[in-house]
Design a protein around this ligand. Structure first.
Ligand SMILES: *Cc1c(COP(=O)(O)O)cnc(C)c1O
Length: 226
């Protein structure tokens, strides 16, 4: 089941890359294993997947502890009281949206581990309910993260509202990419190169817009029963 799903997802990535004249190697697949049992993670790992994403910390911690081999990404909203566990047990976080959270992750990152990879989550639609930093506040946050010794600034993450159709999503992703390209000109070359955008239903338009990480759950592991 996971094998067939993975074959189908890889074919979608390859087709989208061909249409966009991109190298498929420029798109990394983050397998979103939230709510799925550790056996599903292990099966996917044995099929070659190396990056897994979780967004419920309490569900994730036993999986990370029992199966530390993959690179684990935290993709959920980060509450202050969770920064210690996230910094200690994950390798990458996709949802940093404030200086306070960045500082706490930096302080809690164990000195024995390499710097924690950080995506900054941007709110492009002014929806108060959505997590994310406003584009106006983003430059300050970037400079703050760059000053944090135990964090590595990877790039931007965005999630269009669920109500958006594919055309609206496409515009959203293009706007995120444009923002990244603009801000990148003032930064060191090897940082801020990544764009985490696109999920099971919209990975093609995300790849067309320049995604370097797509976060795919249901298309790989099947629907989630909430
Ligand atoms: C659940 C989730 C995904 C994966 O969504 P699918 O539609 O199942 O692919 C991606 N990103 C985030 C932040 C999520 O919470």
């Amino acid at each position: 089941m996971i094998q067939e799903n993975l074959t189908a997802v890889i074919a979608r990535i390859e087709n989208a890359c061909r249409d966009a004249s991109r190298n498929p190697k420029s798109v990394s697949l983050l397998a979103v294993s939230k709510t799925k049992p550790i056996e599903a993670v292990q099966s996917a790992y044995h099929l070659g997947l190396r990056h897994f994403g979780e967004n419920y910390l309490q569900d994730a911690l036993p999986k990370v502890a029992n199966f530390p081999a993959p690179t684990w990404h935290f993709i959920g909203q980060i509450q202050s009281n969770k920064t210690r566990d996230i910094a200690a047990h994950f390798d990458v976080v996709h949802g940093v949206a404030s200086e306070k959270i960045a500082s706490r992750l930096n302080a809690h990152r164990p000195q024995t581990k390499p710097p924690l990879g950080v995506f900054l989550q941007v709110n492009l639609v002014n929806e108060a309910s959505k997590g994310g930093v406003s584009p106006e506040t983003l430059p300050r946050l970037i400079h703050h993260v760059l000053s944090c010794e135990h964090l590595t600034l990877l790039g931007l993450m965005g999630m269009p509202p669920a109500s958006y159709d594919l055309t609206e999503r496409s515009h959203f992703f293009q706007n995120l990419r444009a923002l990244q390209q603009t801000l990148k000109t003032d930064l060191p070359q090897d940082c801020f190169t990544e764009l985490s955008m696109g999920m099971s239903d919209d990975l093609e338009v995300a790849i067309a817009a320049g995604a370097t990480w797509i976060r795919v759950g249901s298309a790989l592991f099947g629907d989630r029963s909430h």
